[in-house]
Design a protein around this ligand. Sequence first.
Ligand SMILES: [Zn+2]
Ligand SMILES: [Zn+2]
Length: 196
Amino acid sequence: MILSSHSPIPWFDDFLGLAYRFYDLRMNVVPLFSEKKQANDLWRATVNWWLDHSIKIRFVESSDSYWFIMGADSEHPQSNISFFKKLQKSKNYERFKKGHDGEAYLRLGSYSDQYLKDVKKNAPCDCGHAAEDHDKNDNDACLYEICSCKKFESFQVNLLKKKKTVTNIVYLDEKNIKDDPLAWNCLNVNQYSKLK
Ligand SMILES: [Zn+2]
Ligand SMILES: [Zn+2]
């Protein structure tokens, strides 16, 4: 956690990244943690007390990357934090950008790597072939000759059930963030002040 004298609310970037989920009433934005307990604890300590209408998400674009920035007013201001993370743009990022329609559900989730021994036969590998098409006697390599996959790899994302509705989502270019206090504060504290 980064505590800064410039900001009354501490900035927090100790999470893995974001997942997006599209098959829901609203699209989901999901900060990911390696342990479910971390996600639960953070929800209870912080996000639970956020006032839905005050939650702001900012995506600040900077060539191939973007900053995810999120903050809100809290019923428990003393334990409040704001999230940020610099991430690579992805297909899912673009899909969310085009499709969110001004609203999203915020949830927290956990992310874990999965190996051949952890999954059912029909679980898909990152290579696109199913678990049963991988050979546990050959280091879990894919059996398809045309495939270069040397080891079954997949991952699982578990979402916490609790969610908040976010209706204040704005995309900005890094060049024009000065009029947005949350984005400006974030980059000032977490980027510009470190470059000096
Ligand atoms: Zn594979
Ligand atoms: Zn394969």
